[in-house]
Design a protein around this ligand. Sequence first.
Ligand code: URA
Length: 511
Amino acid sequence: MVTVTLEGRGDLTEWREAARTLLLARTEPRMIDWRCRNGAVDDLFGPAAEAPQAPNTAAASVPAVTVPKAFLSLAQAVICHSDPLRFQLLYRILFRLQRERTLLQVLSDADVAQLHAMEKSVRRDCHKMTAFVRFKEIDAEQGYARRRFLAWFEPDHHIVARAAPFFQRRFTDMDWIIATPKGTAAWDGDALTISTEPAANPMLVDSTDRLWQTYFSNIFNPARLKVKMMMTEMPKKYWKNLPEAELIPGLIAGAEASVVAMAERAASEAPLFHQRLQALARAEPDIVQASAGTLEELREEARHCTRCPLHCSATQTVFGEGPQDARIMIVGEQPGDQEDLAGRPFVGPAGAVFNTAAQEAGLDRKETYVTNAVKHFKYEPRGKRRIHQKPNVGEVQHCKWWLTRELALIKPKLVVAMGSTALMALTDSRQRLADLRGEMLQLSHGQLLLVTVHPAYLLRIPDEGRRLEEMARFRSDIARAASFGRQAMSHPAVEWRVPATGDIKPSIGVG
Ligand code: URA
């Protein structure tokens, strides 16, 4: 019997070296006792009885070990699994592959099936890590040049090194540490450092916790509640590290009553409030000639806009908001029900999704100009409820008059188009949003344009798993915009580098 003792913390190299030596010596799988080094969490067998041994190799006369590429890629994932039997399984398959070259295609084979099951479990664990890591800001008062964040996560497997590049790509311009009981990943802007030493839970609480809770209660739709699906996507074992999770039992318990309350609310206040405000707005004389030199003047002119029929039924013009020297301009579609009543963009449920992503990414809404392609709420009355209607091409074209002037006055360095209506208004193009999503494009006036989905779209995705995935992509788009904004801020006179992967595409016109 040969005993092989490994660290067993997700590193394929150490297993591969031992396995190659054993294979060259034609050591039978059943003759190997694979073990994890002392005290590893998943050590079934306790400390190794024997030191690792190099078996008798007559390597020179034995052909080189070759394996299909697919095996290597599966092995890279499976080695991260916490089951101590993974070493044995991988070696057994490696051994068999020397004679059964097409073994991996036999999905009914017990070893192959187990290999795939372990790979899937590791993949799922990585996916959960990307969705459930919650960064908390640390040392905010210390005056560091870069913001610093810490997160605590409890993975099932040794996936820290495997998942860390995702965070490096997404959160590139802030310092962060992700600590876990299975090791730590740290990024300082230059280097990604991985340690396999178990870390302790720092038990941090910060104001982002409240934000996550607000966000979660906004995206929680009691009318669409499917408890079983929700528990599959957000298993209870993750709850203790998710600030929003403490709301879940209450939200589920109150779902039925919330649906009733929602229906009642929608039936009463809006129309009264709407009519009063509309009457006030109409009392002012119409201004026919737009001559605004400042944002405030432009806003005042837009208050009386009658360029298209949408003003007849909307409560008021919902103009953009934010400083005139904003470096980033966010463009949505049109105000929703709540924005129409409040007179401010992105204050309803879609706004909560945007605000959370922005805050998490360090994009300060007070320094950002937030507006819409269309400035009046378009809806269809259904009973006493006002159901959102997508603006048509003509309405978008009419309202572009305002958007073009907002762009000209603010001169943002980066414009973020959230959704296809914003994309159409900004580029006059009917290209599919999916084809441009996440791209850095260049508008003909020189500004960069980043295309992402509309946050309201995220709220409508019925499948919880897909919704989480899409949310993560949206958060990463906003993080990219924020990162760009910080670069532009620290080097206003310098040509800014576009962060991450985006190549700038050739100019496309803004009308
Ligand atoms: N959707 C938008 O596009 N804009 C808002 O202001 C609110 C919801």
